[in-house]
Design a protein. Structure first.
Length: 81
């Protein structure tokens, strides 16, 4: 497969959460790769996601607003706003 990203995304294995709906809906996820511009996540649930939501790495205190770039099966790509 040809790489179409402007920058390579180093592989990582970290945990994170995404949340939306005023923080009432929280989904655990594994971060598979990560840059300052976005990430690839593996989700533990199958809830439909809104176009925008919040992302937070485990151990961090700050949320990152992001948008859904793509989705397939149990993986999604996100782009930080």
């Amino acid at each position: 497969m040809d790489e179409k990203r402007a920058e390579a995304r180093p592989r990582v294995l970290k945990t994170a959460i995404i949340h939306f709906n005023g923080g009432h809906t929280v989904i655990d996820c594994a971060v598979r790769n990560l840059t300052a511009r976005g990430a690839k996540l593996r989700l533990t649930g199958t809830l439909p996601l809104p176009p925008t939501f919040q992302f937070r790495l485990a151990g961090e205190k700050t949320d990152r607003p992001c948008r859904l770039a793509w989705a397939r099966e149990d993986e999604i790509g996100i782009e930080f706003s």
